[in-house]
Design a protein around this ligand. Structure first.
Ligand code: ACO
Length: 363
């Protein structure tokens, strides 16, 4: 059997997460997404995902302390950010710094990998603006420290809660392209750093984690609610895809979209985000859903995680070029957990291809 894009092919057994695309439901280690986002910090979600896949047990409290130390440790590598590296897009510069870390499969490697994108992305963003990187504060939570390193000031409670909700929400999501890349590399026994590097490389494409920046570009280009329908129609006429819509698995609304809207609400209510921006996004969403239904009646296309991600990360003052990097900060724990699961319980991943080229000429 051949299947382009491996659609509907089952390539791994996992105890990590389940994406039900018909019901629009995401379950992470037995916990439904809404409950997890409501109750868990990043450290809670990370401990949940890693449980049973490391050589020692980890609790969220333990992880908070050890992650703080790991952030301080990896910060030393920021010195390697030279002019050539800083001319790269943020996610590429972050990846280049992560490539300096040693490979391995143990708890120490895991800690470094969870800490590294959280430290490198804010540092790269500041250096690219000509500012001095801010050293981590090990006693802060991962989310609070990311924002402190980004803005050189302590974040508000609502900002920390919003980033925590985002990081928890995107920590794992079935066998998406970057997670599959991580498992493929893990299946060769290459090590967790290699798995994470492969996963970041898969994530950055616009069909996967590279969409939220373009979502904001689209909102800027549309500008006002009145212009939404015409702008979206012209984009589809040009054969473009509407960023933040459609999904390989979901045939209904991505449950993370509403969870993200929920995470934005406290920021809106406390005046930390422009309500007009949210109103415009909601109007664009409605116009896009209507036009997609009209133009693509055979393919249910709904909003995906990237649409409201763009608004949330914008509200937290991440520049749009950094959105994919923030996604990587959250998803690294999922990549690591999957890589460990694959290494411990899976086999070498080695599918076959069908040769459709010319055959050798008979002599
Ligand atoms: N806008 C317009 N048309 C779309 C969109 C979209 N966003 N998404 C899918 N379609 C159409 C395709 O043109 C195609 O139509 P056709 O059969 O008439 O040619 C049909 O729907 C099926 O598209 P496929 O590419 O086969 O669907 P696939 O499952 O491969 O695509 C994907 C999923 C890549 C996410 C797609 O919906 C897309 O490109 N969306 C825009 C980019 C985006 O938002 N990416 C983030 C995804 S979420 C994440 O990875 C975290």
């Amino acid at each position: 059997m051949k299947n382009n894009g491996l659609e509907d092919v089952i390539a791994a057994e996992t105890r990590l997460s389940d994406v039900d695309g018909e019901a629009g439901r995401l379950v992470i280690r037995g916990v439904s997404l809404d409950l997890l986002v409501e109750r868990a910090t990043y450290e809670d979600a990370a401990a949940l995902l890693l449980d049973g896949f490391l050589e020692r047990a980890v609790t969220a409290a333990d992880l908070k302390v050890r992650l703080g130390q790991a952030r301080a440790e990896v910060f030393a590598h920021v010195r390697a950010a030279d002019a050539a590296l800083l001319s790269l897009p943020p996610v590429d510069a972050m990846r280049a710094l992560i490539a300096r870390l040693p490979d391995g499969e143990d708890f120490e490697t895991t800690l470094r990998l969870l800490a590294a994108p959280a430290v490198f992305l804010p540092a790269v963003l500041r250096l690219q603006k000509g500012e001095t990187p801010v050293a981590p504060t090990p006693s802060l939570s991962q989310s609070a420290d990311i924002l402190a390193m980004l803005n050189a000031s302590l974040p508000t409670r609502e900002q920390v809660a919003a980033l925590d909700a985002y990081l928890v929400m995107i920590a794992d999501h079935g066998l998406n392209a970057s997670t599959f890349a991580s498992r493929v590399v893990a299946s060769t026994g290459a090590g967790l750093t290699s798995s994470v590097l492969a996963a970041i490389s898969a994530l950055k494409g616009p069909l996967h984690g590279g969409a939220p920046g373009p979502v904001l570009d689209m909102l800027d280009a549309i500008g006002s609610e009145d212009n939404a329908k015409a702008w979206l129609g012209q984009a589809l006429d040009r054969g473009e895809r509407l960023m933040g819509f459609g999904h390989r698995i979901y045939r209904v609304r991505d449950p993370r979209a509403d969870a993200l809207k929920g995470a934005l609400r406290p920021l809106v209510m406390t005046g930390q985000v422009d309500p007009d921006r949210i109103r415009l996004a909601e109007a664009v969403e409605q116009a896009a859903l209507a036009i997609l239904r009209e133009r693509k009646p055979d393919r249910p296309l709904d909003v995906n995680v990237e649409f409201y991600t763009a608004l949330l990360l914008d509200a937290l003052k991440f520049p749009r070029a950094a959105f994919t990097g923030v996604f990587a900060i959250g998803r690294t724990v999922g990549w690591v957990a999957h890589a460990r699961e694959q290494a411990l319980e899976g086999r070498l991943i080695r599918p076959r291809s069908v040769y459709v080229g010319p055959l050798p000429q008979a002599a």
